[in-house]
Design a protein around this ligand. Structure first.
Ligand code: TQI
Ligand code: CA
Ligand code: ZN
Ligand code: ZN
Length: 172
């Protein structure tokens, strides 16, 4: 079953359209256009289940959600740890920060099973999970759920389960 953060924070119900910006890419080798495509696919999975829409903006100032790659201690008290371990983190509504560990072997090809690295991590799968946190979902006890707290390297898991849909529809 789905959960929320303490106090069930959400984006205001009146805000149906949220914007996101990619603000820090100096530590990743992922092509910028590919990164935009993967993020758009991940956000679309949540907009398909809700009345929310998500639009990329070039301006950090106009963005509700900011997305970037960071290494080690990057100033928010949640240091990254090198390959595997913590892959990414996102803060609860309405903070909007979504950080990815630049040390991961991110795969943005959409076919992580074919990745060269044994420790390749599917970027879209992690993005779908972290967007759930950005929108207010905590972890789920349902193994099929995107919000279930486990992910396997070289594996893709991008489809919302009925449990994720029920959780987000109950919140918005
Ligand atoms: N990052 C943790 C996560 O996103 C960070 C975290 C722990 C967290 N507890 C939280 C974030 C509570 C918000 C609220 O769960 S992670 C998965 C998992 C991670 C984990 O790098 O460990 C995914 C990133 F657990 F689902 F497999 C992506 Cl999909
Ligand atoms: Ca890590
Ligand atoms: Zn961070
Ligand atoms: Zn999580």
């Amino acid at each position: 079953l789905f959960t929320y953060f303490p106090g069930s924070p959400s984006w205001p119900r009146s805000r149906k359209s949220l914007t996101y910006a990619v603000t820090q890419t100096s530590l990743t080798s992922i092509d910028r256009a590919t990164l935009s495509q993967v993020l758009a696919r991940a956000f679309a999975r949540w907009s398909a289940a809700t009345t929310l829409t998500f639009t990329e903006t070039a301006s950090e100032r106009d963005a509700d959600i900011t997305i970037g790659f960071y290494a080690g201690d990057h100033g928010d008290g949640e240091a990254f740890d090198g390959p595997l371990g913590t892959l990414a983190h996102a803060f609860s509504p309405t903070d909007g920060r979504f950080h990815l560990d630049a040390a991961e072997a991110w795969d943005a090809s959409g076919d992580v099973a074919r990745a060269a690295s044994d420790v390749a991590v599917d970027l879209e799968s992690v993005a779908v999970h972290e967007i759930g946190h950005l929108l207010g979902l905590g972890h789920s006890a349902e193994p099929a759920a995107i919000m279930f707290p486990t992910i396997t390297s070289r594996t893709s898991k991008v489809d919302l389960a009925q449990d994720d849909v029920a959780g987000i529809q109950n919140l918005y």
